[in-house]
Each structure stands twice: as structure tokens, then as C-alpha cells.
Design a protein around this ligand. Structure first.
Ligand code: ZN
Length: 499
């Protein structure tokens, strides 16, 4: 970075204070997921609340406003100007919501999470419904305060996926749904059947752990800048680019859980470990968007380590960790079993073909809730109707239906679309990458460095200096285009299921 003026340096130091809160919060989050004793949980949420409050106060302080005005008037440094833009976005958004309203909302959500857990356990949606109603009302109010063009839901999409609007999703999602429905039908009609039972065999946790560590090293995750732990839900914790930790989940008789979540979280971590060091300590040292983040995790999980070429090269390596059972499983049967497709009730257990159906269902419901077209109490009914329409399966209870995800109880509206956008971005980037990198050769020789370097050059290093659609356009010379995902899935599943 060019030499900074004294004032610019002061501004950067001010941001470092905020960054210190962020790093502390992420470290506590890692600890809460992987290490904390049960007795420490209550105290912990108080500390997290306190630090988050301090961070928010600083981000929206008069001092911040002074710095922003001053920097806008005086700084000619390109990076500083981008940092100012990002800080101003956060400042403006937060300032539009009265402090008292925000505090009430945070309290409501933390109660709602506990109520949701209980409602889910008891399978009683009516317990959760009044909380959900209130959360929706708050989000409607926030959207009005933030402002938006077109659909009210755009205000919430902007928090996760800047540049993506309802107007775009309402074209992209139905087209994608049509193609996925056809693919799912073709798999169903195929004479080839995946036998998932072949994959289930007692696999000692220690060996699974060694397998996860080995595959993470292969794809270029740097253990000197990270570590692998265990948690109920696999996660990645980016404290800063020099310290990006992972957690995975081991299931003794199903190695897929730990192996593919390690790779998935490893993909998130590769992004964070390779963000440009010039951005460190600024709010731009982060991913472009939630969807772009997801594109990187899905890329390594689905496009690399679930590719036929990867297993042709590495099946023997895998079997050197695996129990003897796998000696009698052929590569063909193993590979087909990894690609089982089955419409199911639970989103997080869904395969790559049916997964996006779950996401589109939530997208339609969130949009309708925000718009006031559907009331919280009508959700179970509408949920089941859409499940029938999208996937042809209907839950027998709300626990496996509308109560399955934590997102709405935490107030996370506008987040779900990022998951499917992650697939769409990944496929589009994959097509662009293949024009410059000999992908098939890389898989034959386990040359993951060339692939990782391409992504670092085009995606990772830029951090949050580019918005997702801007980045996509620059790298692929195209607007958002779901056809790449459809083509990729059609080819892959067509080969496996012979259609
Ligand atoms: Zn992810």
C-alpha cells in the first residue's frame, strides 16, 4: 500500500480497534462451538453481547462519522476510499435503526432461539409462532427504514448478497427449478441405483480424523495458520487470514459426514487464508458475499473432491485409511453411491440436486412473509404445499418441516438464497477456470495448487473490495448465468445415471 498520511494512519488505527473486537468475538465463537464447558455458556453470552455492543457503538459513533467525512474530503488513497465506502455502508444502515428498537430485536431473537428449540423438540409450532410473527414485523420495519427499490425483500437481500434482487432471483430460480426437476425425474427413472449401504461401515474416528487432515493438506489448507476441531455443526472460524480454524463432525459408521464437511469448511477457509494481506485489519478483509463464500466451499466439496477424476486418482489413498470393508467395494459402486439422489424432508441432509429445491421454498416463503402475503400461522400449511409441489414429499410433522432450521428464530432473513447462489457462482467460475487451468490433468496428478492459485488470483485475494456480481462479470465476462450449473449437473449425473 502507498504511504499513508498521518490522518489516514489515524483512521486505520481506529479501524484496528474495531478489528480487535471482531477477532475477539470470532475467537470466542470458536471456543463456544468447540471447547467451552457446559457451565460456561451463560456467562459467555453476556460477554459476547457486551463486545458486540462495543463494536456496534464504535462503527456508528460520531468519531467514525468525523473520520469518514474527513477521509472523503482529503484522502486520495484508493484503498482508503474503498474502506470508507464499506464503513459508510455499515454506518448508514445501523444508524437508521433506533438503538432501542435494535436492542429489543436482539433480545427477542435470543429468546426466540430458545423457544424455537423447545417448539422443535415438542413438535409444537404454536409455541414459536408469536415470536416468528414479531421477528417478521421487525424485519418489515427494518426494510422500510433501510429503504429499497422494487420489492421490500431487496432490503434484506442486500445485507447478504449486494447487487442481487428479487427481480433477478424471480427469473433465475424458476428456470433452475425446472431444470433440476427434470434431472431428478431422470435419475428416478434410471436403471442405475445408488447403494448407500456400501458406504456405511464402522470407520474408527481416529482414522477419519487422519483422513480429514490429509485431504485438507492436499487441497492447500495451511495448518500452521489453522486447526481442525470437532463441533455439533461443522464450521469455519476466520479470526484473520493467519488464523482460520475449522470444525467437523464425525459419525462412526458414515465417513461422508466428516470427510465432506472437512472439505466444505476447508473451502471456506482457503478463501479466508488467501485474502490479500494488504486488506488486513480493515472491514474489507472478508469475503465478497455470503454466496461467494459458499461458492468456494461447494467448489472443493462438489466440483473437486466429488469428481470422478479425483476418486480415480485417490481411491487407493482413501482405502489406506478406511476399514477392510472398502477393499470389496469397487470404485464404480463407490462413486455411484456417493451420488445418491433422493427428495427428502431435511435441507441439510439433501443431495446437490434436491438441495436448491429446499432453498427456493424458503425464498418464496420469506418473500411472502415480508410482503405480508403469508402470515406466520399459515406457514406449516404453505410449507407442506410447497414441499409437495417442489419435491413431492411432505413432512408428517412440523419438526421435519417448518421448524427444522434455526435461521428464522435468529432473525436471519434474506440469507437462504446465498446457498443456491453459491452453486450458481461456483459452476460459472469453474467453467472460466477450465479455460485457463487443465482441470482434468490437475485431478490426475493431485495438483490442487494450480486450482487454488487460480481462485486466489481471481476471487480470494480481492476480499470484499468487489461485489459478487462485479467479481463474476470480471472473471467470467458474463452476468449471472445458471446455465453453467445446469450443464455441469446434467453432464455429471447423466454419466452416472446413464441418461
Ligand atoms: Zn458453507
Amino acid at each position: 500500500m502507498e504511504a499513508l498520511t498521518a490522518k489516514e494512519q489515524q483512521f486505520m488505527n481506529f479501524l484496528k480497534e474495531q478489528n480487535a473486537y471482531k477477532e475477539a468475538l470470532t475467537t470466542l465463537q470458536w471456543d463456544s462451538h468447540t471447547q467451552i464447558p457446559r457451565g460456561g455458556v451463560d456467562n459467555r453470552s453476556e460477554v459476547v453481547g457486551f463486545l458486540s455492543g462495543k463494536l456496534q457503538q464504535s462503527e456508528t459513533s460520531d468519531r467514525m462519522k468525523e473520520y469518514l467525512d474527513d477521509m472523503k474530503a482529503t484522502s486520495e488513497n484508493g484503498l482508503i476510499r474503498q474502506v470508507v465506502e464499506e464503513c459508510e455502508r455499515v454506518y448508514e444502515k445501523s444508524r437508521k435503526i433506533p438503538n432501542k428498537t435494535y436492542q429489543e430485536y436482539v433480545t427477542l431473537c435470543s429468546k426466540a432461539e430458545a423457544v424455537w428449540e423447545e417448539a422443535r423438540k415438542k413438535n409444537e409450532f404454536s409455541l414459536f409462532e408469536p415470536y416468528l410473527s414479531r421477528i417478521v414485523e421487525y424485519n418489515q420495519e427494518f426494510a422500510e427504514l433501510w429503504g429499497y427499490e422494487g420489492n421490500r425483500y431487496n432490503a434484506l437481500l442486500d445485507n447478504n448478497e449486494p447487487g442481487i434482487t428479487v427481480e433477478t432471483l424471480d427469473v433465475v430460480f424458476p428456470a433452475l427449478r425446472k431444470s433440476l426437476t427434470s434431472l431428478i425425474e431422470q435419475v428416478k427413472a434410471s436403471p442405475v441405483k445408488a447403494d448407500v449401504s456400501l458406504l456405511k461401515s464402522p470407520f474408527p474416528i481416529e482414522r477419519q480424523k487422519a483422513l480429514s487432515e490429509s485431504i485438507l493438506e492436499m487441497i492447500g489448507y495451511r495448518f500452521e495458520n489453522g486447526r481442525l476441531d470437532t463441533s455439533a455443526h461443522p464450521y469455519s472460524f476466520a479470526i484473520n487470514p493467519n488464523d482460520v480454524r475449522l470444525s467437523t463432525k464425525y459419525i462412526e459408521d458414515d465417513f461422508r459426514s466428516s470427510l465432506f464437511s472437512s472439505v466444505h469448511e476447508g473451502g471456506h477457509a482457503l478463501y479466508e487464508q488467501n485474502i490479500g494481506r494488504n486488506l488486513m485489519g480493515t472491514p474489507l478483509s472478508a469475503a465478497s458475499s455470503m454466496g461467494m463464500h459458499e461458492s468456494q466451499s461447494l467448489y472443493w466439496e462438489m466440483f473437486v473432491t466429488a469428481d470422478r477424476g479425483f476418486w480415480e486418482t485417490n481411491y487407493d489413498w482413501f482405502r489406506s485409511f478406511a476399514p477392510d470393508h472398502f477393499k470389496s467395494v469397487s470404485l464404480d459402486d463407490f462413486y455411484v453411491a456417493l451420488h445418491d439422489v433422493k427428495p427428502s424432508l431435511i435441507r441439510i441432509e439433501a443431495d446437490p440436486l434436491t438441495y436448491s429445491m429446499h432453498i427456493m421454498l424458503r425464498y418464496e416463503l420469506e418473500k411472502a412473509l415480508l410482503h405480508g402475503d403469508v402470515k406466520a400461522k399459515e406457514l406449516p400449511h404453505v410449507w407442506n404445499e410447497l414441499m409437495q409441489e417442489y419435491l413431492g414429499v411432505v413432512p408428517g410433522n412440523n419438526r421435519d418441516g417448518v421448524l427444522q432450521d434455526i435461521h428464522w428464530s435468529s432473525g436471519d432473513f434474506g440469507y437462504f438464497p446465498s446457498y443456491t447462489l453459491g452453486y450458481v457462482y461456483a459452476a460459472q467460475l469453474h467453467a472460466a477456470m477450465k479455460q485457463e487451468v487443465m482441470f482434468e490433468n490437475c485431478l490426475q496428478t493431485n495438483d490442487f495448487l494450480s486450482i487454488r492459485q487460480w481462485f486466489t488470483e481471481h476471487v480470494h485475494k480481492h476480499g470484499k473490495t468487489k461485489q459478487p456480481l462485479e467479481l463474476l462479470k470480471e472473471v467470467t465476462s458474463e452476468e449471472l448465468n445458471p446455465d453453467y450449473l445446469v450443464q455441469y449437473l446434467t453432464k455429471k449425473y447423466g454419466e452416472i445415471y446413464q441418461f
